[in-house]
Design a binder for this molecule. Structure first.
Ligand code: HEM
Length: 352
């Protein structure tokens, strides 16, 4: 009853078939072979991977309610016993989520009150950085105060030096739109997906065959160009999978954030992904680092505001100087598992 996938080994499942330094690559190779919906065994437990925008959107947005369950992690279940927001389910999760969002809003998430507190903290960071007197910083020192890779990624790319007009266009938008600062970074080093799960059987989506047929026909119309109608696997993989209640699901946000249709240079830190022809901020449906649907990150507003304020404050107070030629700096993540680890750099913060 599960979508196709590579044959698992006993006990370890498919773990050995995944290239552990770049799981993103392994997943996209598997998607090419098995289609956008495939099964992987992590140990003895099957997990259905949804790969690419179409499949992820269909689950998280079009079928948000059905896919709002959180997948099971035996160890975490033992520790948390169903408590907390991230790993709970059902009515308990709904209530905790409502309460958390309300509390974050009351704390001022996305509003002036919290902005002032972040500004205060950022000033402490600026003071700490001034004490380095422009000498190269040990990234681990910075890591404790700020995601230094964010800054280095912005500054190190050769087009981002202070004499560059494009850089000035960007700084102009810093003031207007926080997205422009954080989006290229998040697109490149996006967060890991937390498992979702399917609370009901897939068959329950279709009350009867007539509904199912109508649904498929609509889908065919929508996807005429991308679907190979002669290939029965396209249908089976994509629309007619009959997953058991409680099937673990990975919605691969990375596969969406690295989609070349939306981001022509997915492996590069490229702010042009978020700029239109006239240099204005351009939104993309493919930009879903905070996920989407009912389980969308509860701290999105806070995270975006924090990134924006920390970055702009640093750029207002310092000229950043890399130690080597920016062209020689490779921003490729050093590890891409279910999340990505950016490389470390040394850089000088020269007070303005
Ligand atoms: C750049 C920073 C951040 C990124 C990229 C990020 C991304 C994510 C992602 C991908 C998920 C999983 C959504 C899913 O299950 O589909 C998530 C969940 C969550 N995030 Fe964030 N997050 C960030 C910062 C934060 C912050 C600052 C907070 C707290 C204030 C937070 C609180 C949460 C919570 C509570 C959940 C679980 C929501 C639920 O299960 O209902 N996140 N986040």
């Amino acid at each position: 009853k599960l979508p196709p996938g590579p044959t698992p080994f006993p006990i370890v499942g498919n773990i050995l078939q995944l290239y552990n330094k770049d799981i993103k690559k392994s997943l996209s190779t598997l998607a090419q072979e098995y289609g956008p919906v495939f099964t992987l065994y992590f140990g003895m437990k099957p997990t259905v991977v949804l790969h690419g925008y179409e499949a992820v959107k269909e689950a998280l947005i079009d079928r948000a309610e059905e896919f709002s369950g959180r997948g099971s992690f035996p160890l975490i279940e033992k520790v948390l016993q169903g408590l907390g927001i991230i790993f709970s389910n059902g009515e308990r999760w709904k209530q905790i989520r409502r309460f958390s969002l309300m509390t974050l809003r009351n704390m001022g998430m996305g509003k002036k009150t919290i902005e002032d507190r972040i500004q205060e903290e950022t000033l402490c960071l600026v003071e700490a950085l001034k004490k380095t007197n422009g000498s190269p910083c040990d990234p681990s020192f910075l890591l404790s105060c700020v995601p230094c890779n964010v800054i280095s990624s912005i500054i190190f790319q050769n087009r981002f030096d202070y004499s560059d007009q494009k850089f000035h266009t960007l700084t102009k938008y810093f003031k207007e739109n926080a997205n422009i600062v954080s989006s290229p970074w998040i697109q490149l080093y996006n967060a890991f997906p937390i498992l979702h799960y399917l609370p009901g059987s897939h068959n329950e989506f279709f009350k009867n065959f007539a509904d199912q047929k109508k649904f498929i026909l609509e889908k065919i119309k929508e996807h005429q160009e991308t679907l190979d109608l002669n290939n029965p696997r396209d249908f089976i993989d994509y629309f007619l999978i009959k997953m058991e209640k409680g099937t673990n699901i990975v919605t691969s946000l990375t596969s969406v954030l690295y989609d070349e249709k939306a981001f022509p240079n997915p492996e590069k830190f490229d702010p042009n992904h978020f700029l239109d022809a006239s240099g204005n901020f351009k939104k993309s449906d493919y930009f879903m680092p905070f996920s989407a649907g009912k389980r969308v990150c509860a701290g999105e507003g806070l995270a975006r505001m924090e990134l924006f304020l920390v970055l702009t404050k640093i750029l207002q107070h310092f000229t950043l100087k890399p130690l080597v030629d920016p062209k020689k700096i490779d921003t490729t993540p050093i590890l891409t598992g279910f999340g990505s680890l950016p490389p470390f750099y040394e850089l000088c913060f020269i007070p303005i």
